[in-house]
Design a protein around this ligand. Structure first.
Ligand SMILES: *[C@@H]1O[C@H](CO)[C@@H](O)[C@H](O)[C@H]1NC(C)=O
Ligand SMILES: *[C@@H]1O[C@H](CO)[C@@H](O)[C@H](O)[C@H]1NC(C)=O
Ligand SMILES: *[C@@H]1O[C@H](CO)[C@@H](O)[C@H](O)[C@H]1NC(C)=O
Length: 359
């Protein structure tokens, strides 16, 4: 009996010792935004796990946002890494207003966050083509910033109650306490072409695809007014060259309308009737959008856009994973645990769920 009990106790302490938790990382690299990094790494990971960056609202923190929405139980199940940055300046709002943060490799919070992603790639062998970003309020504004300034890093985004990339440029601050609330109050209205030129100036010379993006907004929002949803739509449909296709009402929840642009695989917007600031995260829909659960749309050209986004500079991608797949080689698929980096000028295309090939 005594023996049995002590065996039971050691098994229990083993289980406790191995339970994953949110941990701070202090040495993730260059940190121009003085942004803190927290990471959740499930005990069991596939060879090249996906990464989700989750961004808190103003006044919040990474650990607080970690507790707000449960992305970690599905992380244990599906094997992806979570990064929770904490903004430390401007009332803990992410910097979405300086030229540095809005510019590719310009500095500030956006570069700090990208360096956290690179840390996860080099430390855990994370898949550079499966980096996702989501956030609420300030975190949603920052999602727009990251998608605009670092389209080569992120494969998809989901922004809850944010603003277009560059809407705060020149506002002098990003917090609700800042005196200049022109953007938040809907006084900044630009055409798609005008917004798109801001985005293109954030990363001049970039010719690749922009991340797949979904944006959410409540019609009763008074802090970042509902009109900002329309401005986000103007911006990203112009950048991606998409036009309105159709509405799906009561999707994914009653009183929500899903607005589909193009074939719906690249950009979608959700209008939440009667919801204020901010729209609660629908984790299931976000994980579907990132392709972590559910199925990505099949047999469309967009699927290869999603699966082929290995767009970090070839040298660093090669160095990170230490492997390269030649033309026609397998680079992914269910049950495949090998290298997923295609040789320069080839992209990893999904032929079916079980076979991805460098083409
Ligand atoms: C207020 O902020 C906007 C950006 O959100 C900027 O374009 C505008 O110039 C600012 N107004 C003043 C008076 O600084
Ligand atoms: C689609 O839904 C949005 C949000 O409810 C609405 O503003 C828009 O008018 C709808 N468009 C059509 C064509 O029904
Ligand atoms: C949907 O909106 C209607 C009208 O505003 C409201 O009466 C109803 O309670 C809402 N339903 C849900 C599930 O929120």
């Amino acid at each position: 009996m005594f023996l049995l009990k002590s065996v039971f106790h050691s098994a229990l302490s083993l289980a406790v010792a191995y339970a994953a938790s949110l941990n701070q990382v202090t040495n993730f690299g260059d940190n121009p935004g003085s942004t803190n990094m927290y990471i959740y790494v499930p005990d069991s990971l596939p060879t090249n796990p996906a990464v989700i960056v989750a961004l808190h609202p103003c006044g919040g923190s990474g650990p607080e946002y970690f507790s707000l929405y449960d992305y970690h139980t599905p992380a244990d199940q599906h094997g992806y890494i979570l990064i929770y940055p904490s903004a430390t300046r401007d009332s803990n709002c992410f910097d979405a207003y300086t030229a540095a943060s809005l510019t590719h490799n310009g500095g500030s919070d956006s570069l700090s966050i990208v360096n956290m992603v690179k840390y996860a790639i080099s430390t855990y062998g994370a898949d550079a083509s499966k980096i996702y970003v989501t956030g609420s309020s300030s975190g949603a504004i920052m999602t727009n910033v990251l998608v605009g300034a670092y389209p080569d890093i992120f494969a998809a985004g989901s922004a809850f109650s944010g603003m277009p990339y560059a809407c705060l440029f020149g506002a002098g601050g990003a917090s609700p306490g800042n005196t200049n609330q022109s953007c938040a109050q809907g006084q900044i209205k630009k055409s798609g072409a005008q917004w798109a030129s801001f985005v293109h100036n954030g990363y001049p010379g970039y010719t690749g695809l922009y991340p797949r993006l979904q944006v959410w907004h409540g019609t009763a929002d008074t802090l970042i007014v509902y009109a900002l949803l329309g401005q986000e739509i103007n911006e990203w449909t112009a950048v991606m060259g998409l036009s309105f296709t159709t509405n799906e009402t009561n999707t994914p929840l009653p009183n929500y309308t899903k607005m589909i642009y193009g074939n719906g695989n690249q950009f979608q917007a959700f209008s939440a009737q009667g919801v204020g600031h901010f729209v609660p995260t629908d984790v299931d829909t976000v994980l579907d959008w990132f392709g972590i659960t559910g199925t990505l749309p099949t047999s469309s050209t967009s699927i290869s856009k999603t699966t082929s986004r290995t767009q970090l500079p070839t040298t660093s991608t090669t160095a990170i994973s230490g492997c390269v797949v030649a033309e026609y080689g397998q680079c992914g698929g269910i049950g495949y645990a090998g290298c997923s980096t295609c040789a320069p000028s080839y992209t990893c295309e999904q032929l079916n769920d079980y076979y991805f090939q460098c083409l």
